[in-house]
Design a protein around this ligand. Structure first.
Ligand SMILES: N[C@@H](CCC(=O)N[C@@H](CS)C(=O)NCC(=O)O)C(=O)O
Length: 229
């Protein structure tokens, strides 16, 4: 049996990725929610996660003695355990492109991630418009990413990046949610992709739970809560 350790569903974009992929592919798991109190070394979040894995972050997957402390390594492991499911595109070149995009999400698009933190429940059109106007680096990240999406959609015929759902769509689901929260102006093709991702049953289930959470953390709320107390 798998245990998947995740953070607050409203904020934890990395947790969402393996959770959505596991739900989509029907992998049974027990969800272990580790609430964000803070990320200081003495926080109960850090103490709990550090005890599980030296990364001290969510998500983490526990499978018997094995603990995997990184979202991409988690889905790679599951893809190996369940080869009958197409976690990655079956065709080698498409698979290489999918892996490249996921690795880039992992290590890049830093401006997009910094200025548009995931906040599923929030609706921030004004903040989004100001960031879009003032931050050329954010516009550049968004344009580079949506161009990659459009190339994938054109090659595969859609409606998801590689036709059917793959790990790549799970990895970009948090970006789709950010585009919605901040009303980011993207091309019609990219928007159609976002709409498809947001309509996936696993993503809808996560969003519903995130909205129900109502557990707002000031350090995750640069636009709504910081400085207001
Ligand atoms: N590369 C890691 C990143 C995980 C990550 O940064 N998770 C955040 C929550 S979304 C976290 O646990 N942060 C706590 C901290 O930075 O101490 C992954 O893909 O799993």
């Amino acid at each position: 049996m798998f245990s998947l350790f995740i953070g607050n569903k409203n904020y934890s974009s990395w947790s969402l990725r393996p959770w959505v992929a596991m739900r989509h592919f029907g992998v049974p798991f027990s969800e272990q929610k580790v609430r964000f109190d803070s990320f200081t070394p003495d926080s109960s979040f850090k103490q709990r996660m550090n005890a599980l894995h030296s990364a001290g972050t969510v998500p983490a997957l526990q499978h018997g003695e094995l603990v995997i402390g990184d979202s991409l390594a988690i889905v790679e492991y599951l893809a190996e355990l369940y080869p009958e499911q197409a976690w990655w595109p079956r065709e080698a070149q498409a698979r290489a492109v999918a892996r490249n995009l996921c690795a880039r999400m992992h290590s890049g698009f830093n401006h997009l991630r910094r200025f548009f933190p995931m906040n599923v429940e929030a609706d921030l059109p004004k903040e989004g418009a100001l960031i879009w106007r003032d931050q050329a680096s954010v516009r550049a990240d968004v344009l580079a990413l949506t161009q990659e999406w459009e190339n994938c959609l054109q090659r595969s015929g859609g409606p998801l990046l590689f036709g059917d759902f793959s790990i790549a769509d799970a990895f970009f689901a948090p970006v789709c949610l950010r585009f919605k929260t901040y009303h980011v102006p993207i091309s019609a093709r990219a928007q159609a992709y976002v709409d498809h991702v947001l309509a996936l049953p696993a993503v809808k289930e996560w969003v519903q739970a995130a909205k129900a959470e109502q557990d707002f953390r000031d350090f995750e709320e640069p636009y709504r809560l910081q400085g207001s107390e």
